[in-house]
Design a protein around this ligand. Structure first.
Ligand code: SF4
Ligand code: SF4
Length: 175
């Protein structure tokens, strides 16, 4: 039998290579940085922190996706790609949602979860050679402390600077 038009849907059809289909996230590559969620115009990707479970979630809802490919452009790990999949019809909305859970790094002082994933911290460590030592240590210190410990660490530093400034303005400490 010959067809004037494509026999689809009676026979499968393959989308062309440039076709922008459903985005797919590779859980083995994702570090949970959230760059895709920040760039996604319709909020089809969002990030969620679950401190009780000690995980960060990437939630991708392809029913909201406009196939702009911003997520693919900004992902530093090449973890999200637009596939050529276009058949998404389903009676169950939850079929269109993908959830990826990544373990949160625990604060090195109090053990509470930080807002960074273990993979983000590992990635940051791997970039050490690209930054001046002091800057790298500053970033790592900030990533490996929870908000509360970071705040108290910074407050102590500020107090120390204030005291040093005050002592300096008094001409130093005299016995
Ligand atoms: S393709 Fe665009 S709309 Fe779809 S998830 Fe990626 S950034 Fe969001
Ligand atoms: S930008 Fe890439 S690595 Fe970062 S959260 Fe999105 S998929 Fe994961």
């Amino acid at each position: 039998m010959s067809y004037v038009t494509l026999p689809y849907p009676f026979k499968p059809v393959e989308a062309p290579p440039e076709y922008r289909g459903k985005p797919v996230v590779d859980p083995s590559k994702c570090i949970g940085c959230g760059a895709c969620a920040n760039a996604c115009p319709p909020d089809a990707i969002r990030m969620e922190i679950d401190e009780a479970k000690g995980v960060k979630r990437l939630i991708l809802d392809v029913s909201r996706c406009i196939r702009c490919a911003r997520c693919e452009e900004v992902c530093p790990m090449g973890a999200v790609k637009l596939s050529r999949e276009f058949e998404l019809a389903t009676p169950r909305k939850e079929d269109l949602v993908t959830v990826i859970e990544l373990k949160l790094f625990r604060c090195r002082v109090c053990g509470k979860p930080t807002e960074f994933t273990v993979r983000q911290v590992e990635k940051a460590k791997s970039l050490a050679r690209y930054l001046p030592k002091e800057r790298f240590e500053e970033i790592l210190e900030s990533m490996t402390l929870c908000r509360d410990c970071r705040r108290s660490r910074y407050v102590s530093k500020l107090v120390e600077i204030e005291i040093r400034g005050y002592v300096g303005s008094m001409g130093g400490l005299h016995a």
